[in-house]
Each structure stands twice: as C-alpha cells, then as structure tokens.
Design a protein around this ligand. Structure first.
Ligand code: 13P
Length: 287
C-alpha cells in the first residue's frame, strides 16, 4: 500500500523504533527492498534522490514501477515513495507525479528563506495528502551532487521549522552521507536530545545511516529518531557481490551472461543488508 510517512512514523516515534528509508536506483533495488519488507512485515520507505529519479527516467516512471510492483508482488505492508533531498522544483514535480512523500531540503538557504520555502511546500504537500520532511543544519558529505558541510543544527531553527507543521524533521547532528572517516567523533547526542525535547512529538530523521554502529543507532532511536536513511551500504553490498561473481568468472559459465543471473548475487546481498538494518532499527513486525 502506497502511503505518506505520517502515520507510520508517528507510530514508530511513539513505540521507539525506526523505519528504514532505503534509496533505490533501479528495478532490482526496488524489488529487493519491497520483498524484504514484506517478508519481515516491516513498513518501508523507498528513497529517491533527484539524480536517481533522472537516471530511472523520471518521477512518473518511478511511481508507475512502484505501484505496479506493489500490485504484482502482493505487497501489503505500508510503503512510501519519498523524494530524498528534494529541491523546490523537484519537490513540486515529484508531488505532481504521485510521490506519497517528499523531503524539501532548504538547508543550504539562509534560515529565513528555508522557512519561507518550507512553509510553501508544506501547504502544497498537505493539500495533496502528501507527507513532508524538512532539514535544518546540512548533512555532511556528498550524495548525488548534493554536498553538505555537516553543520550541527541550531535547536531554535529546528523549532521554527517544526512549527511550520512538517511531518518529519532532519537535523544535522554530526552525521554525514557515505563512509565515516576514521576520526569521526560519533553523533552529537546532547544536541539530538535538545532537539527532540524542543520539537515535541515531531519524528526525527537520521540521514547518513551507512556505517553508524548499532549502539549509536539505538541510542538515536531512544532520542526521537524514527526514520533512518541508508543508501551507500546497499551500493556496497551490491558491488561486493557482483565483483565476486565476475572474479569467479561466473559470467563465462553456461547462462552466466544472462543479466538476470548477473544481477542475482547483488540482489540477494541487498536483501540481506535491508533485513539486517530492519533488525537493528526494530521495524520488523511493525507493519
Ligand atoms: P548514506 O549513503 O550514508 O547511507 O546516507 C543516505 C542518506 O542519508 C540519504 O538521504
């Protein structure tokens, strides 16, 4: 069932677990994530960056693919198609195409402009029954051309954005996209606790879920994090399994050249990674 994230994340916030946002790149990614969520009776969020949307053909292609897959594979758990780090124009286009949820990332604007644009996007999204995530204090690292310096969010600005009625709030707390450097000092739990306290029951989002140790993830969930984004780790899982396939020269044996055979080990590896994350996030059997 394609739904906004509102109810699934309110429940997660109240019951202290997190729903995974797994970013998709193509049909295999989508199918691996949906099947794993269904097998584990977990709600799930399909994250789509603007770059990935462009790669797959566009927002309409994605909505069509996800809708069709939900029907054809008999997916009954709650699924959201969520634009990741959406721009002003991208957010509008994704809503037009039928995404059930969007992130409007205005964190690179001065706060007044972020507030004004987020307010406008909240009205548009809610007018269509679509959920909306906003961001304060940019997430460090680079994802699909979106570069952030990794600021720590200001609690006051978080409150200002939350008061606009956003469904979920992403706040920079030392998290970054991609691999964490060896000297990374971990998440800023003091700041997270203050943001959670100050923003009431707004579910919080942890970006940069790749490479954060399970104990830090669990502590973050205890402090209001209800959605955790994972992208790079699925790419690594797919890459490693596919590399192994070619290194073992499996593509040269029998029907090993068939793309469905080539993509299978990567597909299975992604399924295992998604399941592992759902176990750590506590979303299994929460559909
Ligand atoms: P990672 O690639 O570090 O998992 O981050 C994903 C993310 O935050 C998507 O918005």
């Amino acid at each position: 069932m394609l739904v906004p994230v509102t109810d699934m994340l309110k429940k997660a916030y109240a019951e202290k677990y997190a729903v995974g946002q797994f970013n998709i790149n193509n049909l295999e990614w989508t199918k691996a994530i949906l099947l794993t969520a269904q097998e584990n009776n977990s709600p799930v969020i399909l994250g789509v960056s603007e770059g990935a949307a462009k790669y797959m053909g566009g927002y309409n292609t994605i909505v069509g693919m996800v809708d069709g897959m939900i029907k054809d594979l008999g997916i009954t758990i709650p699924v959201a198609t969520h634009l990741d780090h959406g721009s002003y124009d991208g957010g509008k286009a994704a809503m037009e195409a039928g995404f059930s949820s969007i992130m409007f990332d205005g964190s690179h604007y001065p706060i007044e402009e972020n507030l004004a644009k987020t307010k406008e996007m909240v009205a548009l999204a809610h007018g269509k029954g679509i959920s909306i995530e906003a961001e304060v204090g940019s997430i460090g690292g680079e994802e699909d051309g979106v570069v952030g310096t990794g600021e720590i969010a200001s609690v006051e600005e978080c409150v200002q954005i939350a008061e606009l009625g956003v469904d979920i709030l992403a706040a920079g707390i030392g998290n970054i996209h991609g691999a964490y450097p060896d000297n990374w000092e971990g998440l800023e739990f003091d700041v997270l606790a203050q943001i959670n306290e100050a923003t009431g029951d707004t579910p919080l989002v942890l970006h940069g879920g790749t490479g954060i140790a399970a104990d830090q993830i669990k502590k973050a969930i205890s402090l209001g994090v209800s959605k955790i984004n994972v992208n790079t780790e699925l790419q690594w899982a797919f890459q490693a399994a596919t590399r192994e396939y070619f290194e073992a020269k499996k593509d040269l044996e029998g029907k090993g050249f068939d793309p469905r055979n080539i993509l299978k080990p990567g597909f299975e590896a992604m399924k295992a990674t998604v399941k592992e994350k759902m176990e750590i996030f506590g979303s299994i059997d929460k559909a």
